[in-house]
Design a protein around this ligand. Sequence first.
Ligand code: DC
Length: 197
Amino acid sequence: MIFTVAIDGPAAAGKGTIGRAVADRFGFRHLDTGLLYRAVAVAGGDPVEAARHLTPEDLQRGDLRTLEAGRAASRVAALPEVRAALVDFQRRVARSEGGAVLDGRDIGTVICPEAEVKLFVTASPEVRAHRRWLEVGGDAGRVLAEVKERDARDMERADAPLQAAWDAVVIDTSAMGTDEAVEAACAVVARRFAKRT
Ligand code: DC
């Protein structure tokens, strides 16, 4: 059975939490595609070469989830050659046997436009910055500025910019707790999954 759940949206909207929970609930694989760009960014050297030679071990590094790695990832993600080098791997995972959940920025628009379910998970910049701040601490104003800067870069780049696919279901998690957001996503997936099997 091939069944892809594409989850796109801006930084800290809850995509990862929702993606993992959906994958657990339905027994699908889960790929956080942001990790690919983060691993390329922290590899050092030529990012295009790093993207072409990325290994599973590169995705295990302990320093991929920092604010700095996120900011650097957003920069290398604007390079078309980097994106092109990562497409085949993501497509293979998306269409692998047994079902897959991929979260990122361009999954429903570029990587897997044929995905059976497309979710666009979003929240206001203030809410997302507050969640990030709870994780990383530091100066709250700076975290908000970072979130807005990353949104602008991810949305304004020429190649595969962050945008909702026309057929995506939008879930705004601004006023939702984790459980509510997960249930909203699982309800959409369950409806589509029931129709298909
Ligand atoms: O989801 P994240 O914060 O881990 O992503 C880090 C950066 O990687 C993000 O700012 C943009 C880029 N990215 C992308 O361009 N396309 C994806 N599918 C996933 C992430």
